[in-house]
Design a protein around this ligand. Structure first.
Ligand SMILES: Cc1cc2nc3c(=O)[nH]c(=O)nc-3n(C[C@H](O)[C@H](O)[C@H](O)COP(=O)(O)OP(=O)(O)OC[C@H]3O[C@@H](n4cnc5c(N)ncnc54)[C@H](O)[C@@H]3O)c2cc1C
Length: 394
């Protein structure tokens, strides 16, 4: 089949890899002018994620870029360590910078998949036999299937499923992420500082540069996701007067070229497909922090391509099976993520203190490592991966 994928971050290239191996002709269209770098770390955890990467032939390449992060120290305003977040909580079993992951996926697919950067879909109409797509640049084209892998603000979702605000469930946390030269002497380690409703995390997986994440809990905060200057202003205003090393981090933010800001939002839809158009990854079922978004995107790619193969190209059967299989898994992950604001951005000094005491106490419990591992992988492993026959890379 001739398949168009919108979005070249994680879900899009992962799906392209599987589809291409089953013999489909795949085009990936990406709005950004080139592969997007940047982003914080994303992780894979537990047997389902790792087995999927293994089957896709990606595990070694991702491991070669792994962050190998140690614990994240929680500090007070003077930089004194109060507690530590074990790496299993924050970094899972295999953690990689999002930009590095996008590069690995692109390198694994770019010879056999057609990538079109700097373009986007403007209209989609379909009939029983195909999908007609028009683009911002370039002539219209007809495809057998279209897959929306274009993230939380998906254009495919808007064009085909409508712009219903009920599809989006913001969790109230908004965050800016950027890279800057290392100033905290971190190497494979991180630091977290909180004030009520504010969280700053700095990590440096490879030494040298450090990656800064600044999050604020403010339900209802409005911003334009296309207006980066406004987003920088929001972070600067919300963190003005916050202690620790925040003033110097804010200065660096103004100069950062890879600044990325978004609301942590879950996506909930009654259906993930309409006719020959289907959604995958954050576009269809974003989970938010701790919701295994990257793992879900990759597992979902494997399942969607596998079901298309099993259904011998009958997209109706394949899309139904994909949804039947993935929905309970997605629901479990989204439920877990719903509680993440309390943990990441506690809203009072009292709640900050309670969280820190919990992690301090864990240190002295002999069963803590096993308990932490169990809870860190519980939702990520709540899925039985079907044994698809994914052809080897040739
Ligand atoms: C720059 C960036 C930084 C990120 N940083 C983090 C992070 O630090 N931590 C974290 O947990 N998650 C981060 N994410 C989200 C994370 O990648 C996803 O939650 C997860 O990996 C699922 O990926 P996805 O491919 O479904 O969606 P996304 O990673 O959001 O990718 C969507 C892709 O679609 C492209 N796109 C958007 N609109 C269109 C359009 N109209 N036409 C064509 N292409 C379009 C985007 O440019 C992007 O490349 C980041 C995403 C991006 C794009």
């Amino acid at each position: 089949m001739d398949i168009l994928i919108s979005g070249a971050s994680v879900a899009g290239p992962a799906l392209a890899l599987c589809l291409q191996r089953y013999g489909h002709d795949v085009t990936v269209i990406e709005k950004a002018p080139a592969l997007r770098g940047g982003g914080y770390a994303v992780d894979f955890r537990g047997s389902v994620h790792l087995q999927t990467l293994e089957r896709m032939g990606l595990r070694a390449a991702i491991e070669a870029r792994a962050t190998h992060m140690g614990e994240i120290a929680i500090v007070d305003g003077a930089g004194e360590r109060l507690a530590g977040l074990p790496s299993a909580v924050f970094s899972g079993d295999l953690e990689v910078l999002r930009g590095d992951l996008a590069e690995v996926l692109y390198a694994a697919t770019s010879r056999r998949v057609r990538y079109r950067f700097g373009d986007q879909i403007t209209a989609i109409s379909q009939d029983e036999h195909g999908v007609d797509v028009t683009f911002a640049g370039g002539p219209p084209q007809r495809f057998d299937l279209v897959v929306g892998c274009d993230g939380v603000h998906s254009a495919v979702r808007r064009l085909v499923f409508g712009d219903d605000p009920a599809h989006k469930k913001p969790l109230g946390v908004y965050g800016g992420i950027f890279t800057m030269p290392g100033t905290l002497g971190l190497h494979r380690s991180g630091v977290m500082y909180n004030e009520p409703g504010r969280a700053v995390t700095v990590m440096s997986p490879h030494g040298g540069n450090q990656i800064v994440s600044m999050s604020v809990y403010e339900p209802g905060l409005e911003f334009d996701y296309r207006d980066v200057a406004q987003q920088r202003r929001i972070v600067a205003e919300r963190f003005a007067g916050v202690g620790w090393r925040v003033p110097e981090l804010l200065e660096a933010m103004e100069r950062a070229e890879d600044f990325w800001f978004d609301s942590t939002t879950q996506i909930h839809l009654d259906r993930w497909s309409q006719g020959r158009v289907v959604l995958l990854g954050d576009a269809g079922f974003a989970g938010g922090p701790g919701g295994n978004g990257t793992g879900l995107a990759v597992v979902g790619a494997h399942v969607l391509a596998g079901e298309l193969d099993r259904a011998r190209g009958d997209h109706r059967v394949a899309f139904r099976r994909y949804e039947e299989l993935m929905r309970p898994y997605v629901a479990t992950c989204q439920k877990q993520s719903g509680g993440s604001p309390d943990f990441l951005v506690p809203t009072t000094w009292k709640k900050i203190g309670q969280r820190n005491r919990f992690f301090r106490m864990m240190r002295y419990l002999p069963v803590a490592p096993r308990l932490i591992k169990h809870f860190a992988t519980k939702t990520a492993t709540a899925f039985e991966l079907p044994a698809y026959d994914l052809p080897a890379l040739v």
